[in-house]
Design a protein around this ligand. Structure first.
Ligand code: ACO
Length: 373
C-alpha cells in the first residue's frame, strides 16, 4: 500500500475539509464560521449560534426571534415517544435512553431516509428543539412521572432549564446555562462529530448519524467526563480532599477527568476559561457559599494538575460545577452536552451530505498470514 503513515487514534490526521469550525490552538481561538466561539458566548445567545451553524450566518434581531419561535414551536415530541421511554429498563443509563429516543424520533419524520442537505436542515432544527425536551425529561419519565412539556412563552434556554429543574430560573441562571450551551455547541472534529460524519458519508440519514454521535459522546473519555468530574468533586468534599484525591489517583496512574485534550494537549481549553468565568459570575451574583467552595476546589485541582502533570482543564471540568450550582441532576450533564452539540452535528451532517466522499480508511495488519483452513 506504499508508505502511508500510521497515526494511532488518527492523531493530527486531517480527515475532511470543513467551513464550520477550526481549533486554532496557537492563537487559542475556536473559530466557528469565522467568529471566535468565546465572543459568541459572551455577546450572543445559543439560538444565534444555532442559526449560524445550521443556516450559515448569524441572524439579526428579527431573525433570532423568528428562529427562537420556530424552535419553541417544534419542541414537542410525539406522545408515543414517552411511551417508548417508559418501556425501557428503569436502571438504563440516561445517555442510552437518549440514544434510543433520538433513533426512534426518526420514525415520525417523513424525510428520515433522506440525505438531502436542505431536508437535513429542516429536520435538524426540529431535532435541536426536541432534544432539549427529551433530555430535560429523561429522569422524570424514567421514574414514571409525566414529562414537563415546553412552554413557548419562555426563551429557548429558559424553557430548557425550567423543564430540567421544574423551578423558575433567575435571569443570571438562564444566561449561565445559555453560555454552557454555546460552549458545547460546536468543536471541529471530536469523536462524536467524526462518528456522525462517518455514518452520514454512507448517505445514511441525519437520525442515524445523530444516534451514533450520542453513543460516542457517552464515553468518559469524551462527553461523559462532565459527570465524572462532578462525582470526583463530591467525593473529595473540599479543597484539601480534592488535592489528596488527585494525588492518590495520579500515584495509581489513573486519569483525572476534566483534564487533558487531544488537540489542546498541554494548554488550557479556551472553553474551560469561559465556563470558569461563568461559574465565578454565577456564584458571586447568588452569594452562594457552596458554589464558592466548588470554585476554590476547582482552582486547587487546576493548580495540582498543572504542577504535577503539566495538564490543563477542558470544558467539562468547569461545566460540571456550573450545572451543579444550577441544580441540574448529574445524570443529565452529558445528555445536555448532546442537546447543545446537536446544532454543530446537524451542520456537519448537512456539510457531509452536500460534499460527500465515503469514509473508508485502511489498516496496518498485524495478524498472521498463510494459515490453512
Ligand atoms: N489525567 C492524567 N493523565 C493524563 C490525562 C488525565 N486526564 N490526560 C492525559 N494524560 C496523560 C496520559 O497518561 C499520557 O501520559 P504518558 O505519556 O505518561 O503515558 C499523556 O497524558 C498523553 O495522554 P493520551 O491518552 O495519549 O492523550 P490523548 O490525546 O489520547 O487523550 C483525552 C485525550 C482522552 C481527553 C485524555 O486527556 C483524558 O483521558 N482526559 C480525561 C477525560 C476527559 O476529561 N475527557 C473530556 C475531553 S473534552 C471533551 O470530550 C469535551
Amino acid at each position: 500500500m506504499g508508505a502511508v503513515e500510521y497515526r494511532p487514534g488518527l492523531e493530527g490526521v486531517i480527515a475532511t475539509e470543513t467551513s464550520i469550525s477550526y481549533l486554532d490552538v496557537d492563537h487559542e481561538e475556536i473559530v466557528v464560521r469565522g467568529y471566535n466561539l468565546l465572543d459568541l458566548a459572551r455577546q450572543r445567545t445559543y439560538v444565534d449560534v444555532v442559526g449560524l451553524l445550521v443556516h450559515g450566518s448569524l441572524p439579526d434581531e428579527r431573525g433570532r426571534a423568528e428562529l427562537e419561535r420556530q424552535l419553541l414551536a417544534a419542541a414537542n415530541v410525539p406522545a408515543e415517544l414517552w411511551q417508548i421511554l417508559r418501556l425501557l429498563p428503569r436502571q438504563m443509563d440516561a445517555m442510552d435512553r437518549l440514544r434510543t429516543a433520538i433513533s426512534a424520533l426518526g420514525g415520525w419524520d417523513q424525510a428520515a431516509n433522506s440525505a438531502d442537505p436542505e431536508q437535513d436542515r429542516a429536520s435538524g432544527l426540529r431535532v435541536i428543539a426536541q432534544s432539549a425536551t427529551i433530555v430535560a425529561n429523561l429522569i422524570r419519565v424514567a421514574e414514571g412521572n409525566e414529562p414537563l412539556l415546553p412552554d413557548d412563552r419562555r426563551s429557548y434556554p429558559e424553557n430548557f432549564l425550567w423543564m430540567i429543574t421544574g423551578r423558575e430560573p433567575s435571569a443570571a441562571e438562564v444566561r449561565a446555562f445559555d453560555q454552557t450551551l454555546i460552549a458545547y455547541s460546536e468543536h471541529e472534529l471530536p469523536n462524536s462529530t467524526f462518528a456522525a460524519r462517518v455514518i452520514a458519508s454512507t448517505l445514511a440519514d441525519l437520525y442515524g448519524a445523530l444516534t451514533g454521535a450520542v453513543a460516542s459522546l457517552k464515553g468518559p473519555l469524551h462527553g461523559g467526563a462532565n459527570e465524572a468530574v462532578m462525582e470526583m468533586l463530591l467525593e473529595a468534599g473540599d479543597e484539601e480532599g480534592l488535592e489528596r484525591l488527585i494525588r492518590a489517583k495520579l500515584a495509581r496512574k489513573e486519569r483525572i477527568m476534566g483534564f487533558g485534550h487531544r488537540v489542546y494537549m498541554r494548554r488550557m481549553d479556551p472553553r474551560a476559561q469561559l465556563l470558569k468565568e461563568t461559574l465565578a459570575q454565577l456564584v458571586t451574583e447568588r452569594g452562594d457559599p457552596e458554589g464558592e467552595k466548588l470554585l476554590r476546589m476547582c482552582q486547587r485541582g487546576e493548580d495540582v494538575m498543572r504542577s504535577e502533570k503539566g495538564l490543563f482543564p477542558n470544558l467539562d471540568y468547569y461545566a460540571a460545577p456550573v450545572y451543579w450550582v444550577l441544580g441540574i441532576p448529574i445524570d443529565l450533564y452529558t445528555p445536555i452536552f448532546f442537546a447543545a452539540r446537536t446544532a454543530g452535528l446537524v451542520a456537519h451532517v448537512v456539510e457531509q451530505h452536500a460534499h460527500n466522499r465515503l469514509f473508508r480508511p485502511r489498516v496496518l495488519y498485524t495478524g498472521p498470514r498463510g494459515l490453512k483452513p
